[in-house]
Structures are given as C-alpha cells and as structure tokens.
Design a protein around this ligand. Structure first.
Ligand SMILES: [Fe+2]
Length: 270
C-alpha cells in the first residue's frame, strides 16, 4: 500500500490446502499462516457446511518471506482448530514464536456458534486452550500448552514483533458458561496466570490495553473490558491494573442499557 492508501501491488498466494483462515500473524520479516485441517470442500450455504474436519492431515504452519513471497517454509504439527493468534516475533537464532487459542476440533465452528446465535445451548462447550507455538530453524514445531481455557489472545501492542513474555485473554471460569467470564494474563516466563473471574452471570468480551503514560515495561498500564451483568440487566465497562488483574477492577461503570454480548474489542476513532 502507498502512504496515500492506494494499492501499489498485490500478489495472490497459492496455499497448499483450502483451510479455514480466520486470522494470521507476522514477524518483521515473515507472514505466518496456520493451515488447520478444517478444509473447504464445497461451496454451500451456510459456509461452515462446506468444510470438513480432516484431523489425519494435521495442522500446518506456513511461514512466507515478506521480501520474496515464493520463499516459504512449512511446519507440521498435531491437528487443532484455531480462530485467533497473538503477535509473533523472531529470536536471534531464527526461532519464531507466537501464541494462539486451539480447540481440539471444529465442533464450535460447526455447531456451537450457530447454537448460541439461535439462543440454544451448544451440545459441546468450546474449550480453546492458550498455547505458545515455537517454529525452530531445524524444522521442528514446538507447542507449549498453558492449561488456560481462553480466547482472543493479545499482547501489549508496543511489543508487536518483539520478544515478550505475556498474553492477555478472555478466559473461562467456574460453571458451564458457554461464553467467557474472566480476564486472564498469562506469564509464559514465570508459568503463572493472573486472572479475575466475574462469575457465570457476567460474560465478557475481548479486553483492550491502554499503556500508562511514560511506561516501557510490558503490560504497565490498564486493561479495559466490557461485560454484560445478567442480574443487573445492564452492560458494564471495567478498568483493571494490567499487572494486578486478580485484585479486581480499579473502576467499573454500569450502563443504563444492556447491549448484546459480542466478541472482539476495538477502539473506535472519533
Ligand atoms: Fe475473530
């Protein structure tokens, strides 16, 4: 893209399989596509009905050189289903790392999401796990499991493309809530999770990070997260100290309306 926003050049990238691609990530030098074994085999409506779960194919991670799109490496790992990925970075020895939330299969995409939209309880709850993926120069793909059931992995955006140790997510909690109900910060280096559970009567959306002015350390600032309080029948907005999430919100507002619970969080420009 030109600085003006005009398109200067575009190239189609041929993929080895027609995986469902919801998200991607990148380092300074590479584009990273996770090609899960949920493969589009037919064009039908609804779109999800045309995909087939083919676990025998495993999951592939495709690493494409931004400077030369023909230069690619493919990493192979066990099958998992994925919607969202966090920011990636490359270490000095060439190892690429990024995080994602992996489901054991595509059942939420096939059945669970449609059930929720139609006001039904899904037959099986989505149980995505936050994982750290390491793509090693020798071709190995390492998967570090956190044990944290969560979605919407996000890094401190000031560390995009840089080595980092933490990930914020919307997490599950006590009870069998089909939605997320906690805010969780995973610390990969200390093998720790700092989280706050709103309880099953208060589903949450993806939180946003706001840096403390002048700060440079990872997650030194605040996390802003919206929820819907089912008992108060109202939407709420909460502010957490991002490095002391388990202490609970430092500030909460309650709206005089209940907005439908959603998924992603984003700031809207004025
Ligand atoms: Fe999404």
């Amino acid at each position: 893209m030109a600085a003006s926003g005009a398109l200067e050049a575009a190239t189609l990238i041929e993929l080895p399989r027609a995986s469902y691609v919801h998200d991607f990530t990148a380092t300074e030098r590479h584009i990273i596509l996770v090609l899960q074994p949920w493969i589009q085999e037919r064009f039908v409506a609804p779109l999800a009905a045309g995909f087939a779960w083919r676990p025998e194919l495993g999951t592939q991670v495709l690493v494409i050189d931004k400077a030369d799109l023909g230069k690619r490496r493919t990493f192979e790992t066990d099958p998992f289903f994925v919607f969202h990925m966090g920011d990636a970075w490359e270490e000095t020895d060439g190892t690429i790392r990024f995080d994602l939330c992996a489901d054991p299969d595509a059942s939420f995409a096939v059945e669970g999401g449609a059930a929720l939209i139609n006001g039904r309880r899904p037959a099986a709850l989505a149980r995505p796990e936050l994982r750290l993926i390491s793509l090693h120069p020798d071709g190995r793909c390492g998967v570090e499991k956190s044990g944290l059931v969560a979605e919407f992995p996000k890094a401190d955006p000031r560390f995009a493309g840089l080595g980092r140790g933490q990930t914020v997510c919307a997490g599950s909690g006590q009870g069998d809530n089909p939605l997320f109900q906690s805010l969780a910060v995973r610390d990969w280096k200390r093998d720790r999770v700092d989280s706050f559970d709103f309880g099953p009567r208060q589903p949450v959306e993806e939180a946003l990070f706001v840096p403390r002015p002048g700060s440079t350390e990872e997650f030194d600032g605040w996390l802003l997260g919206a929820s819907i309080n089912l008992d108060a029948r109202a939407s709420e907005l909460h502010v957490f100290d991002a490095r002391r999430v388990s202490a609970g919100p430092v500030c909460s507002w309650r709206a005089d309306v209940a907005l439908p619970i959603s998924l992603h969080g984003a700031f809207k420009g004025a």
